[in-house]
Design a protein around this ligand. Structure first.
Ligand code: FUL
Length: 677
């Protein structure tokens, strides 16, 4: 064939409709959103005045003198974030209390007037330099609500806010995300006015003009708020997106801080008008700011892994917060936890088992869109089918029987989010069998299921807004987390042990020996004993560390007027005693030689007992004091307290609180007794 003929064939092929890309399904992401989506995982740093006032929301009357980290090192934050696999960090430049971390020309309420670095410090600058050194993108959290500023609520404050944003967005290089918080609680110091100021959140901030300012100064920055415009809040602070999560949002119906946002809008909507993907934010501890009393509440590896699967695995980005401590460092426990997560995720998704498989499809649109594209690790290339073939499928043949327990699928979002329902199946002797199913996919969807063995698997796309357009598919075999089982006990005394991963077995013992009994059903316990338990991976024979619990008589027949929550075996609930006496009837007489007190474990604790007296009685009328003392470090470390005394038989007990840490009425999550000396 001569050159002209070749050219003609080429042109004809190129014009064939089946090799043109599909029409996008609107809405579609902007370039800025496409870039951002690939980051997936980045961190939050909550460090500001609240770190020193030990609050979550400062009132605005704090003195800059209070801000004084002893050992601040932003490079430590950046190192940890980068080692954990994060791609950026966002810092609270100004929180609701109004204190700012840089020497702003527009306020005295800043690091300039603090003792830190003799008032010459610029924390945003140190933060930016540290992030750049570790290859992290830089983001800014800026609270529109300001409980310090005298003009808050007036138009002048909006000018102040824009002036400060201009400083932040001009002086510190590229910013990848600007985070506008929707919270506004009303009352505040407001320059000494000490009053409640309500603003109309819809109109007061004139968001359109503020957004334009950010666009002008930082065209690539993503704008975050409940309402976007670029990225939206996921509607909760657990870090969980939804089984069905659309990146599409009826953006014009939403504004930051609106009351019904979480229930009504946070999942996104199938036919939403704008592309505004979800971001899941969560703190590695209960609070956003550091409180020493939460040192024992850093999220465990299984909790963090759950967050990963429920955020990144559900078409959302993940923003995990570090409450930097008063030294100005990420606490050792938080570091350990986040690095363990990074390592676990890296291991789980290290090897795509489909890499070696043969892939085929129910249909292909043409040469550029073959099924092979879902395995090439290039997000830009994708598999799709001729128009109209909504119910398409992909089949993978491993050649040999293979074990797997995770499915990862990605849609090519520049052409819009499409899939509404899909199923993963394996071929067995009885034909195709369902393993798992999902609704939306979006940028990334991960399904978890217990170990499956198969030679052939297929994904069927059952329903969608249009034909599926799939960038990548992966099957993985994640190793179960070898963590000790989770322990819970009922009031009846029944003990449950739940493995951290469904493919693990649990073994236990009640007599102090090595755990060797296979756990199958809840265990009734009604005496003082030591429970030892561990999880075992039946395939490798490897065991987790051990869980040890000192148990005692059950609380089944215990009663207490109005204080049921202190004897319900639920550490999450609590009772408040007023007057400060917790009195309990044990139902019958026991030889008592001690008691336990678990302080309130809820998010905002109050009424920890600091000074106590413990009394016992045979008839509920004549009381005898058997112990008296102090729970010394309970404010900072509210863990289970155990007190021993000389053995005494008694049916009634009372814990008398003589002083609480904060002067509030005494609270108790649980009260228990010890019957063995
Ligand atoms: C919320 C704030 O009120 C919290 O203090 C925290 O900053 C969190 C990320 O956003 O709305």
């Amino acid at each position: 064939m001569n050159r002209h003929l070749w050219l003609l064939v080429f042109v004809l092929l190129a014009c064939k409709p089946d090799i043109s890309p599909p029409e996008p399904v609107l809405p579609i992401p902007s370039e800025r959103q496409i870039e951002w989506q690939r980051l997936e995982y980045y961190g939050f740093v909550h460090f500001n005045m609240n770190t020193f006032s030990d609050r979550e929301w400062g009132f605005g009357d704090e003195s800059p003198e209070q801000f004084n980290p002893t050992d601040l090192d932003a490079r430590q934050w950046a190192r940890i974030a980068s080692e954990a696999g994060m791609k950026g960090l966002i810092i609270t430049a100004k929180h609701h209390d109004g204190f700012v971390l840089w020497p702003s020309a527009y306020t005295e309420h800043s690091v300039n007037n603090s003792p830190w670095r003799d008032g010459k410090g610029d924390l945003i600058q140190e933060f930016v330099e540290a992030c750049r050194e570790y290859g992290l993108k830089v983001g800014i959290y800026y609270s529109p609500w300001d409980r310090n500023h005298p003009d808050y609520g007036k138009p002048e404050y909006i000018t102040y806010m824009r002036n400060q944003l201009s400083e932040l967005l001009t002086n510190y290089g590229d910013i990848f995300e600007v985070w506008f918080d929707g919270a506004n609680g009303g009352d505040g110091w407001y320059g000494g006015a000490n009053e409640t100021r309500k603003v109309d959140k819809f109109s007061y901030y004139d968001w359109h003009t503020t957004h334009q300012l950010v666009r002008d100064l930082q065209p690539n920055a993503m704008l975050f708020s409940d309402a976007g415009p670029d990225v939206r809040w996921v509607g909760n602070e657990h870090g969980f997106a939804y089984e069905t999560t659309w990146s599409n949002l009826y953006r014009d119906s939403v504004y930051a801080g609106m009351p019904e946002y979480s229930e009504k809008w946070a999942t996104g909507q199938e036919n939403g008008s704008h592309w505004v993907p979800a971001e899941s934010d969560v703190s590695i501890r209960p609070g956003w700011y550091y409180h020493a009393y939460e040192d024992h509440k850093v999220k465990t590896l299984d909790q963090l892994v759950e967050i990963y699967y429920k955020s990144i695995g559900r078409n959302s980005s993940l923003l995990i917060n570090f409450p930097v401590d008063r030294r100005g460092l990420i606490h050792e426990k938080d570091e350990e936890a986040i690095l363990a997560l990074g390592k676990k995720i890296e291991q789980d998704f290290e090897f795509n088992l489909l890499g070696e498989s043969e892939v085929s499809a129910s249909g292909e649109r043409g040469r550029s869109f073959t099924a092979q594209n879902v395995l090439d690790e290039e997000y830009e290339s994708y598999w799709t089918v001729p128009d109209g073939e909504h119910k398409a499928s992909l089949t993978f043949d491993f050649g040999i029987e293979t074990t797997f327990n995770r499915l990862l699928v990605q849609e090519f979002t520049p052409l819009g989010q499409r899939v509404k329902s899909f199923v993963l199946e394996k071929e067995s002797e009885e034909g195709w069998q369902k393993i798992a199913e999902g609704t939306t996919i979006g940028y990334k969807r991960i399904l978890q299921f217990s170990d499956q063995k198969a030679r052939k698997v297929r994904i069927r796309f059952l329903d969608g807004k249009d034909i599926p357009v799939i960038s990548e598919v992966g099957l993985y075999h994640a190793t179960p987390m070898l963590l000790p089982p989770k322990f819970t006990r009922e009031k009846s005394g029944l003990v449950r042990l739940v493995p951290a991963d469904r493919d693990l077995q649990v073994y236990y013992s009640l007599d102090g020996s090595e755990p060797s009994i296979l756990y199958e059903n809840p265990i009734p316990v009604n005496s003082a004993l030591t429970l030892r338990a561990l999880s075992k991976n039946p395939k490798t024979g490897k065991s987790s560390e051990e869980l040890r619990e000192q148990l005692d008589i059950s609380k089944e027949n215990w009663s207490s007027e109005n204080l049921q929550q202190a004897i319900d075996e639920n550490p999450g609930s609590y009772a408040t005693a007023d007057p400060n006496i917790f009195q309990i009837d044990l139902g019958e007489s026991y030889p008592l030689s001690g008691f336990t007190y678990l302080p309130m474990q809820a998010r905002y604790p109050s009424g920890f007992i600091q000074k106590y007296e413990f009394e016992v009685s045979a008839d509920g009328e004549n009381w005898q004091a058997v112990a008296k003392g102090e729970f010394s470090n309970i404010a900072n470390n509210p863990i289970l307290q155990e007190v021993r005394f000389e053995a005494k038989p008694a049916r009634y007990i009372r814990l008398i609180s003589q002083q609480t840490t904060d002067g509030n009425a005494s609270t108790a999550a649980e009260i228990g007794v010890l019957t063995k000396e």
